[in-house]
Design a protein around this ligand. Structure first.
Ligand SMILES: Cc1cc2nc3c(=O)[nH]c(=O)nc-3n(C[C@H](O)[C@H](O)[C@H](O)COP(=O)(O)OP(=O)(O)OC[C@H]3O[C@@H](n4cnc5c(N)ncnc54)[C@H](O)[C@@H]3O)c2cc1C
Length: 313
């Protein structure tokens, strides 16, 4: 690694890799800090049908592998680590990153493309149940393990409805547990859920605990009625959490974030509150959260980083 990099990109999802392709083609030799999810959120997707240029659709892992190869072809370097802390150099317009492998990296321009992480509920046993014992945060990734079984999905927005619809094609029955008495999802998606005979909406209920079998695996979800406070058990083998997302906290003390934790961008797209620090993709985008949008923002960040470096050359 150089003493001071020209550009470092944090995150190897759609936004990070598109920024890498553009900065690499500008001869900036970008360094990508991959994070714990190389390839990002799209990796488990069996088929991405709406990404332009693939009329038959393409697997998420294959799409990300192609983006990575394209970035590598122009000289992008990758580091298998996560950023734990970011701080400004005392005298220069540079950023110093502390990585999970104990090393530090200094860079002139920084592109943050850390995506979003799914929210948890902090129910008892959540952590151990996520280790293949019945709790999941991704129907696309884990749905197949519950083929012909009964499962619960927790949530009521687009994300939860999407998970429930996906699971309804595989599972015997899907309980959609929602704390309100109506879905928050967009009308078309909500209608599909309400019409689906395999999905039963459990209105006005919140999960409070899991019922476990002798091996510590889920055999039921304990839910409480928020109106009359009664509890009951929904028998099921799998529970899918779909209660929203949160941003990586790593940069919260470094760039300005809004009340929901999204990185704030200045009047010009992708420029953060810190000069020479840019942000792209889902970590900024509270409205669209789509691969194509993340790719576009990654490109914008790359072009801004290049312009910023040129002004200071
Ligand atoms: C199951 C699923 C299916 C989807 N299907 C579609 C679809 O069909 N079409 C579509 O357009 N969109 C789809 N999306 C949305 C799409 O995946 C996202 O909009 C897109 O991946 C966002 O790209 P990103 O680069 O901003 O973030 P991500 O892809 O989430 O990548 C974030 C990257 O940041 C890294 N990272 C995080 N924190 C750190 C850190 N501290 N240090 C270093 N690295 C870090 C992670 O390791 C990861 O590589 C889907 C999402 C999910 C979850």
């Amino acid at each position: 690694m150089a003493d001071c990099e020209d550009v470092v990109i944090v995150g190897s999802g759609c936004a990070g890799l598109s920024a890498a392709i553009y900065t690499a083609r500008s001869q900036l030799k970008p360094l990508v800090i991959e994070g714990e999810k190389p390839g990002g959120a799209l990796m488990p997707s069996a088929k991405v049908d709406n990404y332009p240029g693939f009329p038959e659709g393409i697997g998420g892992a294959e799409l990300m592998e192609r983006m990575r190869r394209q970035a590598e072809r122009f000289g992008t370097r990758f580091v298998k680590a996560s950023v734990q802390k970011a701080r400004r150099h005392d005298e220069k317009e540079e950023t110093i990153l502390t990585l999970s492998d104990g090393t530090t990296v200094t860079t002139k321009a920084l592109i943050i493309a850390t995506g979003l992480q799914p929210n948890r509920l902090s129910l008892p046993h959540e952590e151990e149940l996520l280790q293949g014992k019945g709790l999941s945060m991704c129907a696309t990734c884990d749905g197949f393990f519950y083929k012909d079984e009964v499962v619960c999905v927790i949530g009521g927005g687009d994300h939860a409805c999407g998970e429930a619809l996906h699971l309804s094609a595989l599972c015997k029955k899907v309980f959609l547990v929602h704390r309100r008495d109506a879905l928050r999802a967009s009308e078309i998606v909500a209608e599909q859920v309400l019409k689906n005979e395999k999905i039963t909406c459990v209105w006005n209920h919140i999960p409070t605990d899991f019922k476990l079998d002798a091996d510590g695996c889920i055999e039921g979800l304990v839910v409480r009625n928020v109106v009359d406070k009664t509890e009951r058990v929904l028998p099921c083998k799998g529970v899918f959490l779909a209660v929203g997302w949160h941003n990586s906290q790593v940069f919260n003390d470094f760039v300005e974030v809004d009340e929901q934790g999204y990185i704030k961008i200045a009047s010009k797209a992708v420029c953060t509150s810190v000069p020479g620090v840019f942000a792209a993709g889902d970590c900024v985008d509270k409205y669209y959260r789509q691969a194509g949008v993340a790719v576009g923002m990654g490109i914008q960040a790359a072009l801004e980083a290049r312009a910023w470096l040129r002004e200071r050359a």
